[in-house]
Design a protein around this ligand. Structure first.
Ligand SMILES: [Zn+2]
Ligand SMILES: [Zn+2]
Length: 92
């Protein structure tokens, strides 16, 4: 049974796109989706109503982690920018 699962081609249930090596599995209906259709509302999830009910409570948490990720990315980017600037100044 496990072998079957591994060999099964991982394709998005909506657009049929190959999602290997990063398939998004809907935690509500258990189907496989690509990054675009991973959200319950994007793949018309059969358990969408339930999903909405649950995300109402977890949306704030999701948003917080997204903001943290964004800030981290920004910091890293500005660090790179500072390095560049530092080089420029040193070369003068
Ligand atoms: Zn898709
Ligand atoms: Zn779903």
């Amino acid at each position: 049974m496990l072998k079957e699962m591994v060999n099964k081609q991982q394709r998005c249930e909506i657009c049929g796109e190959d999602v290997y090596p990063l398939p998004y599995i809907c935690k509500y209906c258990g189907k496989t989706f690509c990054v675009e259709h991973r959200l319950p509302e994007k793949h018309n999830c059969e358990r969408l109503a339930e999903a909405i009910e649950k995300t109402k409570n977890s949306k704030i948490l999701d948003l917080t982690s997204e903001i943290i990720e964004f800030e981290k990315a920004q910091k890293e980017r500005s660090k790179g920018l500072l390095k560049k600037l530092g080089k420029k100044i040193r070369f003068k």
